[in-house]
Write a new protein. Structure first.
Length: 437
């Protein structure tokens, strides 16, 4: 009999400085998010240390007293072994090194936590390469600090096989990092070209009707994707469960055929290296005809999340793509009265929004019709005649257009169609060639 191997819990504490300009609500939301990130990475957070300061301490991020408090807790009070101090900001290599020395514990800042999650979750070659670039970029300035920790013997390497007697471990490692980043960037450019070709082919085959789901991580995008496309997409209550873009067809199929893609979730303070390197996972958003901006209606901090998504979309120039705001998880708000009240407030503030739950089939069906209606705006109606001698072309009519009416006489069948102008003209041409003499 197989027994499930339970992973040994890994314990951590969280530490954060609240600056004067940061409100309590914002501060708490950011801390809650870091705890969620820690959970995704496999840590159990046992305690949170916070400190209000006018600015970060330049030597160790937190003030000396708070650092001593953490050291005392980690080494004397904690009932479990604390593996890491997770810091809710990006801190400098020297601040991390000092904090590590004083607390006797590994230190990971917010950026490092996010990078590790991305590293663990990347599946495709492109995502893996982008994560590696971001991680290497993050590591490069930290090598010098690592060398200081190693002491004099870690710093110098003999001239044998090196570039010369004076080259240090750090310089060599930094050169290796630069070379590796350059190599990865070339790989990404090649993969980009390949992806563009595939995408162009895909779009030629089925028109340009594509929808991209964007929004904050954990807003329910994967659940909605699964509901709209009838496909098995990973649905996990974790931040960044999906990193690679998944593309599926809207189900049941429609005219025009609509492709739905899921994208990586946004997050507050997404490290800049990652915004840049993850542009490609958001490329689907740039290519889409319509963005579905999914927002968790049950999250008290959703307005902040909305701003984050708007800001990142603007950074990647996707803010010009038509957008439909979808307030999801309305079923998590409370009882029917609370849901109705919340929905009324959202509709008053965001007049064209959709308020729904991806777990209610009738609401998903309604959203599907809204999406189809959006793509049918540009469609035209026409009447075509198909002689009996060319009935093998009937399948092409049904594949590319919506048949509104069909009637027949002794010469053939008349179809009243709705479809894209180009598709109808294409059919007209085919039919003309099929006409005898």
């Amino acid at each position: 009999m197989q027994t499930e191997v339970k992973e040994k819990p890994v314990y951590a504490v969280v530490a954060s400085v609240q600056l004067p300009q940061v409100s309590d609500i914002e501060f708490e939301a950011s801390l809650a998010e870091l705890r969620e990130l820690a959970k995704t990475l496999g840590y159990t957070v046992v305690r949170t240390f916070i400190q209000k300061r006018g600015s970060f301490d330049t030597t160790g991020y937190l003030g000396i007293g708070k650092r001593q408090e953490i050291e005392h807790y980690v080494n004397h009070e904690a009932e479990c072994e604390i593996e890491a101090v997770l810091v809710d900001h990006e801190i400098s290599p020297s601040q991390a090194r000092n904090l590590e020395k004083e607390t006797g514990c590994g230190v990971m800042d917010r950026t490092m936590v996010i990078l590790e999650i991305f590293h663990n979750n990347a599946r495709s070659r492109a995502a893996k390469a982008q994560v590696e670039i971001a991680r290497l970029g993050y590591m490069a300035p930290r090598l010098r600090e690592a060398a200081k920790l190693a002491g004099p013997q870690g710093r110098q390497r003999s001239g044998v096989g090196g570039r010369g007697a004076g080259e240090s471990h750090t310089e060599l490692d930094r050169r290796k990092i630069r070379d590796r980043i350059a190599e990865l960037q070339l790989e990404i450019v090649a993969m980009e070209a390949e992806r563009k070709t595939q995408r162009a082919r895909r779009q030629e085959r089925q028109g340009l009707a594509s929808v991209a789901l964007v929004g904050y991580t954990n807003a329910g995008k994967s659940t909605l994707m699964r509901a709209l496309t009838g496909s098995e997409v990973l649905v996990a209550n974790k931040l960044f469960a999906t990193l690679d873009t998944t593309v599926r067809t809207l189900h049941p199929e429609s005219v025009p055929r609509v492709l739905v893609s899921d994208t990586v979730g946004f997050i507050k303070n997404l490290p800049h290296g990652l915004v840049a390197s993850f542009k490609s996972t958001l490329d689907e958003a740039l290519d889409a005809g319509l963005l579905l901006h999914v927002i968790d209606a049950s999250d008290p901090g959703f307005e902040r999340q909305l701003e984050v998504t708007d800001k990142v979309l603007a950074e990647i120039d996707a803010d010009t793509v038509p957008r439909l705001r979808i307030f999801n998880k309305i079923d998590h708000v409370g009882d029917a009265a609370a849901q109705a009240e919340c929905e009324a407030a959202l509709r008053a503030k965001y007049p064209d929004c959709v308020v729904m739950s991806a777990r209610r089939p009738e609401e998903v069906a309604k959203l599907r019709l809204t999406i189809i209606a959006f793509f049918q705006q540009g469609l035209v109606e026409a009447e075509l005649f198909l002689p009996w001698s060319a009935q093998q072309l009937r399948k092409d009519i049904y594949a590319s257009c919506q048949v509104l009416e069909e009637r027949a006489d002794e010469d053939g069948a008349f179809f009243r169609l709705r479809g894209e102008a180009e598709a109808i003209e294409g059919l007209r041409g085919q039919f003309a060639q099929a006409q005898p003499g």
